[in-house]
Design a binder for this molecule. Structure first.
Ligand code: HEC
Length: 115
């Protein structure tokens, strides 16, 4: 009969569990950090514009605002620029701080992110 150490089996199970939790909690990284849209979104281009402050670094949403990485997949470019220029609810308007091309850069970057 094969000898099995139950303690060792337990330890192995625990180790696998811990590794699994670590992988699941791994912080998402920006797949396109040099994208112009990413820089604008995260406030590296213009200090007055920081979408990430409310929507999270990768647009995944947070306490203050919804997940825009997901929302853009259901918005046309016109709808997206309309919201960004005019604001929505407690979101301020950016018509004075962003150009149309910049808004489209943000949209392009958000569309490339996994939602
Ligand atoms: C002060 C916080 C704040 C900032 C800064 C901000 N937003 Fe928002 N945003 C919100 C909130 C809150 C909503 C939800 C509004 C509602 O539905 O009432 C929202 C909604 C949106 C939506 C619509 C989402 C949907 O489900 O239709 C888009 C798109 C969006 N924001 C993009 C941006 C972009 C791009 C920027 C940067 C240029 C930005 N936001 C900056 C707070 C913010």
């Amino acid at each position: 009969m094969k000898y099995k150490n139950p303690n060792l089996t337990m330890k192995t199970t625990m180790l696998i569990l811990v590794l699994f939790i670590f992988t699941a909690c791994e912080k998402k990284v920006n797949p396109f950090p040099d994208h112009m849209g990413s820089k604008i979104f995260q406030g590296q281009q213009n200090a007055k514009v920081n979408c990430a402050n409310c929507h999270g670094d990768l647009g995944g949403g947070g306490m203050k605002a919804p997940n825009v990485a997901k929302a853009v997949k259901n918005l046309t470019a016109e709808q997206f620029s309309g919201i960004v220029m005019n604001g929505k609810g407690s979101m301020p308007p950016f018509a004075d701080t962003l150009k149309e091309e910049e808004i489209l850069e943000i949209l392009d970057w958000l569309n490339k992110l996994p939602s």
